[in-house]
Structures are given as C-alpha cells and as structure tokens.
Design a protein around this ligand. Structure first.
Ligand code: 6PG
Length: 478
C-alpha cells in the first residue's frame, strides 16, 4: 500500500472530522488513537474514504506508515495530553519530521514546546483550527504558527482542507512559534464577546419586550439577511426557533442558564491585561459566563433584591427599538473586534511576530465560528490601512461607528433604565466614549496617585515639575 502523506493522532470529534476532510481532499492519512478500538471504528466509519485512511495500532506503526519527512497532526485535549504525545513521538521520529499541534493550546505552552524541540531536528507547528465539528469536516479556518519553511511543507494540504471565501483559502501562515495559537485564542475571545452581546440583545427582547423564543428567532433570522449576517446570528436564529422534543416547549427555554468555558476566552482577557491593552468586551463576556455559573446565588439575590421594574421599555416604539438593537449589536461588534485586533497588534510587537492583520481578517471570513460579512469589511479596512492604530479610526469603521453609536447609546440606556444586564454592550460604549475623548479624566487619577504615593505626573505645559502642591511635593514649589 502507498505510504500516507500525513498522520493524525487523536480521533475525537475534531480529529475524526479533520482526518476525513484530509482524506476527502485526496491526501492519504495514517491515523492513531490511544484506544485502538476507536481507530478501527473510525476506519469503518470512513465509508467511501476508507482507502485513503491507514489505521495504525501503535505510534511506531503510524510513523512507519507515513512518507518521510512526516507531518503528524496532534488533535487531543490541550495541555498535558499534547506533551505526552510529543514525548511518545520524539524517540520514533526522524530529523525533519513535523509535529503539528492543532488543538486549542495556550500559546505560552506552544512557545515552550518550540524551545523544547529546538535543536532536536524535529519541526514544530502550533496551529489554530476553528469551525467546530462541521468546519473540521468541510473546511475550517486555519491559523499557522511556526517557521515559514515548515508552513511551505504542509501548505498544500492545509489550503486544500480549509474553508474558502469566494475562492480564497482561509488558511495562512501568521508568524513564528506561538503566533497561530495566539491568534486562535483571540479569535475565541472575540467569539465570547460576540456571543455575549447577542445574548444581551436576546435578554432585552425576552425580558424587556416579553418576546417568545420564536419571535426572537424571527428577528435574528431577519438580521442575518442584513449587515449582521454571520454564522453566530444564523445559529442564534436556528436555536431560538427549535422545539424541545420532550416538553414541546422552545428548546432554549429548557436550557439551564449557566454557560461553560474551557479557557481560551479567559486567556485572551489575561493576555490583554498582561500587555495593557483594553479588551473590555472580552473581559465582560468572560465575567458574564462566570456570573452565569452562580445560578443559586443569583436566584437568592433575586428574592432579596428583587428585579428593577421593566415597565418603561414596553411604552417605546417597538419598531424603532428593534432597529436600534440591530445597529447596537453592530456597534458592539465593532468595539469587540477593534479590541481583539488591538491585542493582536500589541502581541505582534511584544513577541516580534509581525502579524499580518489583513490576512488574519481574511482567513476569518469563512470556516471559523466568528465568520461573517463584517470580517470582509475588516479585511478591506486593514488592506487599505494595514498599520492603523485601531480599527475604529480607519475611514470605513469610523463612519460605521458614527452611524451606529447613537443606537448603541439608546440601547444601553434603555437596558440600564429597565434593569436588563448588558455588560458587553455597555463596555463597547464606554470604550468608544473613552477612546474618542482627547482629554480624559486620568489627570485626576495622576493627582490622587501623586497625593498618596508621590508617584509624580507630567504637566500639560511640559514644565519639569512633577509633583503637586501637597504633602512632600511642596518641596518642588519652594
Ligand atoms: C472554534 C471554537 C472552538 C470552541 C472553543 C471555545 O473556533 O471552533 O472556538 O474552538 O468553541 O473550545 O469553547 P468554550 O466556549 O467551551 O470555551
């Protein structure tokens, strides 16, 4: 039998689908799973693609089945399992073989793995893959970190299996070492913010306007035909319209309001904080998921504090309010994406990655969870101004902010007046209002810091006097 072109370890949901995608695109693939039964089950499931799949019972068999130099994808849970697989592979691989970690790794682990493999003769790639099960099977968005030479060696396979946006592949080399996994992490942070803002709008519709799940579904379905067109709006419309086969009630009404999280959103917020870049939309979304898990406390608090009256919202013009909600969501998205890209820009400097912003926006246009029409606009904005300090001051997005921020302002106000929590949308408004104001209020904070800690400040007139006429600073004025 001809040797396989590539190997894959880890036949869970993502690994199986990715392997089938690779096989379907004409690349023979050798597969291995920790439990041998799963390997054979997978081979049987491959159906017409069975001939393109080489099931292997041991790591040694896997290595022997692949044409050297061997690219091997590890698609296991992030963290320790990846280190274990690398340790198992190292003794059996030969110089120039490539280990590709395609899980949701923390980029700091990826950087560590790069340095651990440095000098081993093996090549390492940290690869972000987005699109869930469906994306892995039919075309994910692929974010590659490693040397450009290693990308070149696997480019044809990755381009073949990736999603296409109007014929352009959604796979690219983004920079060395941790770049691919960092970009995937920020993708997920933006995904969190996007999902949270959609949920906040749903909260206004459900708890403010008293809309049923079906009515909410219709609104999202309509929005998906307009400027909000995106995968997340599309699936929101679908899930809100689904009926629970057991109770006959809307499915969403039967789901406990506690959101899970596996860590990538939190990592995005932490890294943004580490670099001193505001990512308030991502932070708000992570915090909202955490607060959602305090279900029992929230129920107790509701009985003690009660809910603010949400009467006023009912007297508003519904058509106008719904039009505002649509634009508010667009404005909120601008804030979250602007912040996400600002984090990427800072990381690019800090880690010397030289991240290509237009390429990142380009490969997020299809295949990934945050895919949308909107990302095509971001791609164009960055192509026109690749070094823009912030998305919101590119000409196209500045115009969009001016067009939509009134609706965001009214939406956040209405929500606040009616006791409806909109932390991510409010964070976007706060971000715009802080970012656009040339003279903010940090002068007072500097004065306070100087008062209690003699921290010093810069003067607007540039004079070399750095303390106020209080406490020990009096010396400067004597
Ligand atoms: C994707 C997704 C996928 C997954 C994450 C986030 O891009 O395909 O981001 O990677 O959704 O694991 O999941 P949590 O919501 O569980 O943190």
């Amino acid at each position: 039998m001809a040797k396989a072109e590539i190997g894959l370890i880890g036949l869970g949901v993502m690994g199986s689908n990715l392997a089938l995608n690779i096989a379907e695109k004409g690349h023979r693939i050798a597969v291995f799973n920790r439990t041998t039964a799963r390997t054979h089950e997978f081979a049987a499931e491959a159906g017409p693609l069975r001939d393109m799949v080489v099931p292997c019972d041991t790591i040694e068999d896997l290595v022997a089945a692949i044409e050297a130099p061997r690219p091997i994808i590890i698609m296991t849970m992030a963290g320790k399992p990846v280190d274990e697989q690398i340790a198992a592979l190292r003794p059996v691989l030969a110089a120039n073989d490539i280990i590709i970690d395609a899980g949701n790794a923390n980029f700091r682990d990826t950087m560590r793995r790069f340095s651990e493999l440095d000098g081993s003769g093996l090549t390492f790639i940290g690869m972000g893959v987005s699109g869930g099960e469906e994306g892995a099977r039919h075309g994910p968005s692929i974010m590659v970190g490693g040397t450009e030479a290693s990308w070149k060696r696997i480019e044809s396979v990755l381009v073949d299996i990736s999603a296409k946006y109007k014929g352009e592949p959604c796979a690219a080399w983004l920079g060395p070492n941790g770049a691919g996994h960092f970009v995937k992490t920020i993708h997920n942070g933006i995904e969190y913010a996007d999902m949270q803002m959609i949920a906040e709008i749903y909260g206004i519709l459900r708890d403010g306007l008293g809309f049923s799940a079906a009515e909410c579904s219709e609104i999202f379905n309509t929005w998906n035909k307009g400027r909000l067109e995106s995968y997340l709006i599309e699936i929101s419309g679908i899930v809100l319209g689904a009926t629970d086969p057991i109770s006959g009630k809307p499915m969403v009404d039967m789901i406990v309001d506690k959101a899970g999280q596996k860590g990538t959103g939190k990592w995005s917020a932490i890294e943004a904080q580490n670099m001193g870049v505001p990512a308030t939309g991502i932070e708000a979304a992570v915090a909202a998921r955490s607060l959602s898990s305090f279900k029992a406390q929230r129920e107790t608090a509701e009985t003690i504090l009660g809910l603010p009256a949400a009467g006023q919202i009912k007297s508003l013009d519904r058509g106008q309010l719904i039009a505002d909600l649509e634009l508010a969501l667009l404005a909120g998205k601008i804030g979250a994406y602007a912040q996400g890209f600002a984090v990427l820009a800072e990381a690019s400097k800090e880690f010397g990655w030289n991240l290509p912003m237009p390429t990142i926006a380009r490969i997020w246009r299809a295949g990934c969870i945050i895919r949308s029409q909107f990302l095509d606009d971001i791609t164009s904005a960055f192509r026109a101004a690749p070094d823009a300090a912030n998305l919101v001051i590119t000409p196209a997005f500045a115009a969009l902010v001016k067009e939509t921020d009134g609706a965001l302002r009214r939406t956040v106000s209405v929500a606040a007046l009616n006791g409806l929590a909109v932390p991510a949308l409010a964070s976007a408004l706060g971000y715009f209002d802080s970012y656009r104001r040339g003279r903010g209020t940090a002068n007072l904070i500097q004065a306070q810091r100087d008062f209690f800690g003699a921290h010093g400040f810069d003067r607007v007139d540039g004079l070399d006097k750095h303390h106020g006429p209080w406490g020990s600073g009096l010396a400067e004025f004597s």
